[in-house]
Design a protein around this ligand. Sequence first.
Ligand code: ADP
Ligand code: G6P
Length: 491
Amino acid sequence: MIVVSNRLPFVLKRNKDGKLIRKASAGGLVTAVAPVVVNGNGLWVGWPGIHLEDPLESIPESDPNDITPTAGLKSNKVVSVRIDPKIFDSYYNGCCNEIFWPLFHSMPDRATFKGEHWRNYVIANKEFADCTITALKSVVKSDNTTASAGQNIPLIWVHDYHLMLAANWIRQSAEEEGIACKLGFFLHIPFPPWDIFRLFPWSDEILQGMLGCDMVGFHITDYCLNFVDCCQRNLGCRVDRKNLLVEHGGRTVRVRPLPIGIPFDRFVELAEKAPKVLSTTQKIILGVDRLDYTKGLVHRLRAFESLLEKHPEHKENVSLLQIAVPSRTDVKEYQDLKEEMDQLVGRINGRFTTPNWSPIRYIYGAVSQDELAAFYRDSAIGLVTPLRDGMNLVAKEFVACQINTPPGVLIVSPFAGAGETMHEALICNPYEITSAAEIIHRALTMPEDERILRMNYLRRREKLNDVNYWTRSFLAAMGSLVTQDDHDDIG
Ligand code: ADP
Ligand code: G6P
């Protein structure tokens, strides 16, 4: 398998001696895909997070103390894509983060449409496609039975909104080179309704790019239906909504809901081993997010403030621990959010803090996996309230780590993919601040037996539908997995 994504699962940094070292990347895509590539001995094509000037400088191996799944990714399995820094900036910050990210999260007012960014998106996608073709040729060469025998066909899995054009070029080049391969695409963010999608001036090209694949996957059925709808209304494709099929260029493309999961057992293990880091005197409400405006962090702090106003009995007994990892710091919307959060945390803490207690503990930074597992395990409430989110893995990691009896409570927004599938969580519309405060109060006062019942169901589902299940579902949707059922049929 060759995985292609904008970001590699690590970013490269230089240490004091100028030597390159790896640092783990944060974000749902990397968390989910790293185990797939490592366990499947695949190749990963992506950007290393730094502009390497010396073309011969190579990727270092991981640190021996690294315990993340990324550690198993050997440098000879990594293809680092090098793009001119100015083009990269316009493609990544301009097109991906200032246009697609807000638009696909149905926040078009935050998007800035610029033709220049789109042109650089096209150039960057071409570069990723070319690197993938080079990698594909090397795979085929090292296994010369591949194409000729028609078996063991290489599988290329393209990820996310950064690379919506690349698949079509990969397909065309592979056909020209006479190399057989299968192409799949997975979008880790929502696919918006047609009314929003069509605001993008080059929306036809995006659909044509994605339809270069044999199968296009999304987290939930709603996103699949939005995509199918856009193919029909923008491109005039014949579609089958029931079976989620789109006809395009003489081919039939499958569209599939493939809700992503987490490495459940690994989180349980981390939670079992992690030392205690939180004080037991107060109940902790936990938020863990990239610092991103889609995560509803400002609404969340206001809901917590409203809780302290309406239910003063929680003062000195409950704290909100918000961990926010810095993200996309070159983009103004993200800089503004950082400032707004700093001010809001300061104001709420200034208003309620007593000599013995601060209502909000705010960590602006990444935390280690061990520490994260301990936070998840020892918090009374996991507060996951995005305004919009493709899936949200934090909700799943929280329930995996809830190994204590009695457990805590998960609160989740209906506007995250996780809100569609984690039925036993308390569902909270983050836009309505006072109701959100009431839901937090309900979670804080929920009887033990109800907490146990809800958490048992949530954990059971996430254990079954973990990241391995997601990968198997992807392979099955690609027709690349022979299941027991297939054997039975043949037998
Ligand atoms: P997104 O994909 O938008 O970043 P997800 O919730 O799906 O959101 O995935 C976020 C991933 O990043 C999770 O695996 C989570 O553990 C990790 N993460 C988020 N914030 C932090 C943090 N402050 N420190 C360490 N890891 C984090
Ligand atoms: C989300 C996106 C990923 C992205 C991650 C972190 O999870 O779906 O594609 O990698 O956010 O964002 P960044 O811009 O730092 O890669």
